[in-house]
Design a protein around this ligand. Sequence first.
Ligand code: GTP
Ligand code: GTP
Ligand code: CA
Ligand code: CA
Length: 670
Amino acid sequence: MGQYTVSTRKNVRILLVGDAGVGKTSLILSLVSEEYPEEVPPRAEEITIPANVTPEQVPTSIVDFSSVEQTEETLGLEINKAHVVCIVYSVDDDDSLDRITSHWLPLIRSKCNATLEGDAETEAETEAAGEGLRKPIVLVGNKIDLIDYSTMDSVLAIMEDFPEIESCVECSAKTLHNISEMFYYAQKAVLHPTSPLYIMEDQELTPACKKSLVRIFKICDTDGDNLLNDYELNLFQRRCFNTPLQPQILDEVKAVIQKNVPDGIYNDAVTLKGFLFLHCLFIQRGRNETTWAVLRRFGYNDQLEMCQEYLRPPLKIPPGSSTELSHRGQKFLISVFERYDRDCDGALSPEEHKMLFSVCPSSPWSYSTDIRKSCPINDKGWVTLHGWLCRWTLMTLIDVVKTMEYLAYLGFNVHENDSLLAAIHVTRERRIDLAKRQSSRSVYKCHVIGPNGSGKTGLCRGFLVDEMQKLIGKEFKTNVVHCINSVQVYGQEKHLILRDIDVRHALDPLQPQEVNCDVACLVYDSSNPRSFEYVARIYIKYYAESKIPVMIVGTKCDMDERRQDYLMQPAEFCAKYKLLPPHLFSLRTNKKELYTKLATMAAFPQFQDAWILFYKHRLVQLWESAHLRHFGLLTEDSKLLWKAGLGLAAATMLGFIVLKTLSAAGSHSR
Ligand SMILES: Nc1nc2c(ncn2[C@@H]2O[C@H](COP(=O)(O)OP(=O)(O)OP(=O)(O)O)[C@@H](O)[C@H]2O)c(=O)[nH]1
Ligand SMILES: Nc1nc2c(ncn2[C@@H]2O[C@H](COP(=O)(O)OP(=O)(O)OP(=O)(O)O)[C@@H](O)[C@H]2O)c(=O)[nH]1
Ligand SMILES: [Ca+2]
Ligand SMILES: [Ca+2]
């Protein structure tokens, strides 16, 4: 940690300009030798001060300019190479002061503009550094030993007209007065510039700075009462500066705020207004580095944008591995959820959801058309904690970069005091899973493929709701692609993502990313004789040769089962390709065992015994239900007789095929 609290700049280059004889060369040599040189050459050699002796721990080059030795063209190049320019004048020479506005400032502005058409290298550098057109300037009044008054009044007037002037200082090369300060200000103008934070003319924070500080305030307000109490301020202080806040200093800070902005303190805690005022005060007192340290800790770069390395740290994902939320990632997301579940009803209302993401540039998903439709919700239609974690699990698997970005926006780095990488778990490669015949993952992707109208969307949404039968006949207006929930696989919680693969025309080819998944669920409508052919074709074309486990599902089994117009019936087809027999599914029966079965197949790839175990279980159930129905016949209404009889026949036939497949699968796995 701490790596983001300093500027990202690796070095600082300071250029000194000014009229002849103002003492530029003397200033540099005084700094280096710590004594005043009586005799100086026209121009000092470029020197680099090593990082460890500079106050900001950044190697700093100091470059002299001499109009005797150098042309104006070289000057232009040097101005562009420099990160900050010190314009030196002599305090006893008014002409040298006037020339700041009449010559030097306009010259520097024009040289900076010229770079845009200048040579490509410098241009790229300027752009990479993200610098605006204005080079930061420090005004240096030298030879203060010669006069007994100050030139500061005239200088402050210039500062008002030229916002690029970061600071000004009066010093003397002769007495060494303010010499190291002068170079420190120059360094600071580069590392902790004022202009992105503060508008001198208006004495106000810039809009970008205010926006960033508002976000920081919200993240630090962990109990969500729009106030920073002592506990929250302390946490903030520790995270930003690695030291606790002394109670006495805390009281002093609060007293200063109270004195200047009465509504900056409420109930002995700091309001947003007070927080912003405090930063204004830091800057006005020349303590920009304090505000910068806070901003950088929360991920901002020199342009007050969240920096790429902070939002997207490099994460290595070997082919065949997948990404899941780590325990810490989950823990953090639970705490965020609980913070914004203001009424503590265990769910996020649309309003609470919106508030939660107000510290992000936008919400990562829509409330009404995405998260509500792809995750478990409560009876009001609001996102539960379980649904919330499901949605993040989904995003982490399919777009881990976005997960990291949003965790950063929500303040993971600061609250957890760690890199975003701590929130992510990269699973071991799938080939190792296959070799060990067991998967260490806990999130699986299942593709649901089938002809139009076969009931794919119903099957996917059924995973999320308690009463699946309510989905029958429902028109699915919003087009969500993924549905995610968790199931128990041999006592362990696994997340299963169902992806609804929308194929418009029967002959449209599937893309590789539509084929590849942990388990494929091929769906046909058992009540439609023209439905299975599509599934058979997809299987043969894409899955027969692959290692992806496949389950054939006959949907709408509450309706009359129809013989399929295909050269084999689904059960024969499955037996031929050593697949589990078709799973008959219906929203009406409200049975969820299909989802567990799919997750089990994904968790134990190529491990048919495990599926069979599952299937044996089902076989027993089938037998039992057949017997029960048989007994039930005796007492039930005779009108139901023929229907129940048919069911019994179907069950017995299924049983036969199950046995056949069992032996086939058994010999296969040996
Ligand atoms: N009294 C006094 N004289 C100074 C001070 N700094 C520089 N001088 C004198 O001012 C004269 C010019 O100093 P330089 O360091 O050569 O000035 P410069 O800006 O490099 O001048 P050019 O190289 O001609 O552009 C020298 O005689 C210095 O001794 C100072 O702080 N106080
Ligand atoms: N009786 C009955 N009807 C069902 C069942 N499942 C789905 N349906 C109905 O079948 C129709 C199609 O269902 P969808 O889930 O939209 O099918 P789909 O495969 O997603 O359709 P497309 O997206 O158009 O390809 C709807 O009218 C559903 O109400 C079921 O289990 N039983
Ligand atoms: Ca000189
Ligand atoms: Ca609070």
